[in-house]
Design a protein around this ligand. Structure first.
Ligand SMILES: CC(=O)SCCNC(=O)CCNC(=O)[C@H](O)C(C)(C)COP(=O)(O)OP(=O)(O)OC[C@H]1O[C@@H](n2cnc3c(N)ncnc32)[C@H](O)[C@@H]1OP(=O)(O)O
Ligand SMILES: O=CC(=O)O
Ligand SMILES: [Mg+2]
Length: 532
């Protein structure tokens, strides 16, 4: 299995690794990774075990609640550290994978910041992750360029570019190719450490600093873990304390009950929270999946105006502004539609409504998935938010109870909804296995978070044998019929050759297992990663 051993004799790589990327995996970087792993990995694994224990409680029909023992943190007056100048105005943030051309396009897009994503929109092939680090290093050094021979087009950075924020992979993921004393390293540590190690000096020269988005936190103790990792890193690399800044995604139902606690744990490093709406919906369904009568309607019917989503986003705004940090909105899934003006206008109109809702509610910025949406989002925020942010909008009027955060959205479950989930789930997983973590399907952006909703819904609906809007009950026979039938559509859309190839065939298998296994798999990416 292990083919190369490095200087400390403790680090090795799996045999699949053909390119060691010596410019990224320098001796210094590897020693740093080892130090972080030794110090923090046991604790990370313990935090993951805590998630399992928490789930066992939810399975006994308890519900997430505001923690009793942290009341003091919620009720007392305190604020997070000041926000650096180049993170004060984040009205439009573009997100995208760490692909070289897209990094350049995103930095040039006119957005205030760019979230370079090793997570939801990245298929974590070794090459993608290492080349991604190289792309970011070149971007920070302003030497990045890309040539597309098909278009005979060279890509380079503009004079003015977006501020860079990096999203490492979540705590549940390992980077399976790099082993320390035979153990896979945490993917969070891997992505986080390589970026700060290679770029902190140049970022400082550029007048900025290492900035991160932290994904998928489930508990404030996980925020404490991150805080300790960051403090250790600053000391190890000789950075001034509190140089590294983070924005935390609130994208699990459990985190939503611990906003003050998360901010408090990171209060010298945190500059904002973000409403990661897609993972949030996924988490809501997942965590409560074993509750009796807990059924969520078709994916398309769960929106930001569903009461539980409305409550969540308003509470994020209120708690952020109380603690003097930014409340960033989320991602509307619509992207520009080529060659169809009318449908394109409809898509833009939907994004506009979403961004207007966000800015009027008090969000300080928002996300877009495509450069073509930057001007629209910018216009909306410029119109309703004349200052750099709206930290002064305290939203003391917002009262959100535990019940509000848990309110089950109303709606219907339809055959169409089942088919769409099957179709999108399989296409997405096949694309992911092909090394691409984000894809346009039916004119919507799909990534790991949206695909998680699709497969979790089917699992939940099957388990509950839900009643459809046509009066029929979904049982395993009906599901198999729909599944087989939808596969024909998927084959037609992909083309028979591609469909019969490895990625689609594996995707079909993975999806089928995910939705029909009695045991629920926590993340589709951990299952699919075995095939990468
Ligand atoms: C739930 C969440 O976590 S949301 C955050 C994570 N998800 C994401 O970040 C998704 C980001 N978006 C994307 O990856 C892409 O927009 C997709 C895959 C949805 C669609 O991409 P494409 O099919 O290439 O779109 P399209 O053909 O319209 O792109 C036009 C140009 O814009 C570029 N582009 C599109 N989206 C982005 C982006 N997010 N960042 C940078 N460039 C982009 C394309 O590379 C292309 O460039 P080119 O003309 O120079 O060749
Ligand atoms: O990461 C963002 C989300 O919506 O999920
Ligand atoms: Mg997410």
């Amino acid at each position: 299995m292990e083919t190369q051993t490095n200087l400390s004799q403790k680090i090795s790589f799996t045999k699949e690794v053909k390119n060691y990327h010596p410019e990224i995996l320098t001796d210094g970087a590897l020693t740093f990774l080892e130090a972080l792993h030794n110090r923090f990995d046991e604790r990370r694994l313990e935090l993951l075990r805590n998630r399992e224990q928490q789930q066992q409680l939810f399975d006994l029909e308890t519900y997430p609640a505001f923690p009793e023992n942290t009341k003091e943190i919620r009720n007392s007056e305190w604020c997070a550290a000041p926000i650096p100048a180049d993170l004060q105005d984040r009205r439009v943030e573009i997100t995208g994978p760490v692909d070289r051309k897209m990094v350049i396009n995103a930095l040039n897009s006119g957005a205030k910041t760019f979230m370079a994503d090793f997570e939801d929109s990245n298929a974590p092939l070794w090459e993608n992750c290492l080349q991604g680090q190289k792309n970011l290093k070149d971007a920070v050094n302003k030497t990045i360029s890309f040539y597309n021979p098909k278009k005979d087009k060279t890509y380079q950075l503009n004079e003015e570019i977006a501020t860079l924020i990096v999203r490492p992979r979540g705590l549940h993921l390992n980077e399976k190719h790099l082993l320390i004393e035979g153990k896979e390293i945490s993917a969070s540590i891997f992505d986080f450490a390589l970026y700060v190690f290679h770029n902190n000096e140049r970022l400082k020269e550029n007048g900025t600093a290492p900035y991160y988005y932290i994904p998928k936190l489930e508990h404030f103790t996980e925020a404490i873990w991150w805080n300790d990792v960051i403090d250790f890193t600053e000391e190890y690399l000789g950075l001034e304390h509190a140089t590294i800044k983070v924005t935390v995604l609130v994208e699990t139902i459990t985190a939503s009950f611990q906003l003050d606690e998360i901010i408090y744990a990171l209060k010298e490093h945190i500059v904002g929270l973000n409403c990661g709406r897609w993972d949030y919906i996924f988490s809501y369904i997942k965590k409560l999946r074993n509750h009796k009568d807990f059924v969520v309607p078709d994916r398309a019917q769960v929106t930001m105006t569903s009461p539980f989503m409305d409550a969540y986003s308003k509470r994020v705004i209120q708690r952020c502004h109380k603690r003097n940090i930014l409340a960033i909105g989320g991602m509307a899934a619509q992207i520009p539609i080529k060659n169809d003006e009318e449908r394109n206008n409809q898509a833009f109109a939907k994004v506009k409504v979403d961004k207007e809702r966000e800015v009027k509610n008090g969000h300080d910025g928002t996300w877009v998935a495509h450069p073509g949406l930057v001007p629209l989002a910018m216009q909306v925020f410029d119109m309703h938010m004349p200052e750099a942010n709206q930290l002064d909008v305290k939203r003391n009027d917002v009262i959100v109870t535990e019940e509000n955060l848990l309110e089950i959205p109303q709606g219907t479950i339809t055959e169409r909804g089942i088919r769409e989930n099957i179709n999108v789930g399989i296409h997405y997983i096949a694309t992911w296995l092909g090394g691409n973590g984000a894809v346009a399907l039916y004119d919507l952006m799909e990534d790991a978070a949206t695909a998680e909703i699709s497969r979790t819904q089917i699992w939940q609906w099957l388990k509950n044998e839900v009643k459809l809007d046509n009066g029929l009950r979904l049982n395993s026979n009906m599901f198999h019929m729909l599944f087989e039938d939808e596969l024909k559509t998927v084959e037609k859309q992909a083309g028979t050759d591609l469909f019969n190839g490895k990625n689609y065939q594996n995707a079909v298998q993975i999806f089928y297992k995910l939705v029909t296994d009695e045991r629920f798999e926590e993340f589709l990416t951990t299952q699919a990663y075995r095939y990468l």
